[in-house]
Write a protein that binds this ligand. Structure first.
Ligand code: BGC
Length: 459
């Protein structure tokens, strides 16, 4: 199918056909620790300490440090025009102030490889991992974290700026801070420490802002943003004001802190004593990256002060991905894309869906998720939201943090022992969507009719 201009929407007997604006980015999202293999950072140490499901280690991961280009070929064959990856700070600055030029040269090679394949790189500077020396100083709680992170950002832009102008400073500060200090699933593994979780988010917001200005100083035309994880929290009982309150509190603590800091340079009044001065964060983004996967229903529960007086539950009929060996997550919720985009639009910048996907080794839900995500994004575009691209999580199954290898998010299945790759049917579906820059009813009939027949309502 040839590329089409503008946006159209055609009804037919079965499913609408949706066409995306010219230049819409169809990509995949990945991260260094999950794909590269052989890293030495806060997470590799956490794995060595036995904190992951069944003691599973990332090991060679997808072997990207040696062979990322093999998967770049696969992304190119899918007809994609974009790929999001992250840099491993621990490789680039193994000791404070000591830069590893060989590591930067390998990243240059990778970015050249992407460009040669027509894949525009979106480069993340921090995706949950950092050098051990940074971890041991207290990570983003350390007094010099802001300065250290900004210095790293400048070094990266000096070395790679001719190959990339699209930067994501930090991936999901809210997830990192919540898991590291409240839920304990990420290093340093503290639990129930709401104050530290808030201070870490604030520290990350200030580090992001410093990197924003540092990158622009080195590369005036750069596009700099961050990737925000939006989890949808709705009241378990629509008619209960206490459930509304509990869902609202979760939403404020998890979804709102970072975007509010970027929008207003402030936190909500009750959080101000915890987070300190955020005025420098105001206005520091050229685009907003949205990562969204799940919806939780929240019921008020006075016995759970550590969980902000809320208990999460999921409607039994809601679509669920595979269960992880370590984690339990909410309902899969592609419609969250539209809701998150609506909120993020308040920042007045272009939006990208920088992650969306499902753990689904048998590919039972993924085709439905892709079709629903495409329709939902199109709806958002029709409502005037400036949405510029979609990066599916992920290309090839990769190391899923505390869940080890028990969760499979790839369009392409990976046997991590042999490094053999096998595309799932969804890879073919996504290829057709990306190549056509559209979703057609005929594609849906071929790839997603079975899954769609179970039709999960959008709202
Ligand atoms: C993270 C990824 C992770 C994905 C699936 C996102 O929150 O950025 O690193 O693999 O979720 O769990």
């Amino acid at each position: 199918m040839t590329e089409r201009r503008g946006m159209e929407r055609r009804e037919d007997a079965t499913v609408e056909e949706v066409v995306f604006p010219l230049g819409f980015r169809w990509g995949v999202a990945t991260s260094s620790h999950q794909c590269e293999g052989g890293t030495t950072n806060n997470w590799s140490r956490w794995e060595e300490m036995g904190h992951t499901a069944g003691g599973q280690r990332s090991g060679l991961a997808c072997d990207w440090w040696a062979h990322a280009e093999r998967d770049f070929d696969l992304a190119q064959e899918l007809g994609l025009n974009a790929l999001r990856l992250s840099l491993e700070w621990s490789r680039i600055e193994p000791r404070p102030g000591a830069w590893d030029n060989a590591a930067l040269a390998r990243y240059r090679q990778m970015l050249q490889g992407l460009r040669a394949r027509g894949l525009e790189p979106l480069v993340t500077l921090h995706h949950f991992t950092h050098p051990l020396w940074f971890e041991d100083r207290g990570a983003f709680l350390a007094p010099d974290a802001v300065e250290r992170f900004a210095r790293y950002a400048v070094r990266v832009v000096e070395a790679l700026g001719d190959l990339c102008d699209f930067w994501c400073t930090i991936n999901e500060p809210n997830v990192y801070a919540t898991f590291a200090y409240q839920l304990g699933g990420f290093p340093p593994g503290r639990t129930g420490d709401f104050r530290r979780a808030m201070r870490a988010q604030a520290g990350m917001a200030r580090a992001h802002a410093a990197a924003y200005y540092a990158i622009h100083g080195a590369q005036p035309n750069a596009r700099v943003g961050w990737a925000h994880h939006y989890n949808t929290f709705d009241p378990a009982n629509e008619h209960s004001w206490l459930d509304h309150l509990a869902a609202g509190v979760r939403d404020a603590a998890f979804n709102d802190v970072f975007p509010r800091a970027v929008r207003t340079g402030r936190a909500l009044v009750p959080l101000r004593p915890l987070v300190g001065d955020l005025s420098a964060v105001r206005g520091t983004c050229d685009y907003v990256g949205i990562n969204t996967y799940y919806r939780d229903l929240v019921a008020f529960d006075p016995r759970r002060p550590r969980e902000l007086f809320g208990r999460s539950c999921v409607v039994p009929t809601a679509p669920r991905g595979d269960s992880g060996a370590a984690s339990s997550v909410g309902a899969i919720y592609p419609h969250g894309i539209a809701r998150a985009a609506q909120r993020a639009a308040a920042l007045g910048r272009p939006l990208y869906i920088t992650e969306h996907g499902v753990a689904d080794h048998a590919d039972r839900l993924r085709p439905w998720l892709l079709a629903t995500a495409a329709r939902t994004m199109h709806e958002a575009l029709q409502h005037g939201i400036d949405l510029r691209g979609y990066y599916h999580w992920t290309l090839v199954d990769n190391y899923e943090w505390a869940d080890g290898w028990s969760l499979r998010f790839g369009l392409i299945a990976l046997d991590e022992r042999t490094q053999a790759r096998h595309p799932r049917p969804s890879a073919g579906f996504y290829r057709e969507i990306a190549r056509a820059n559209a979703l057609t009813s005929e594609m849906v009939a071929r790839y997603a009719a079975g899954a769609l027949a179970q039709t999960f309502p959008l709202e």
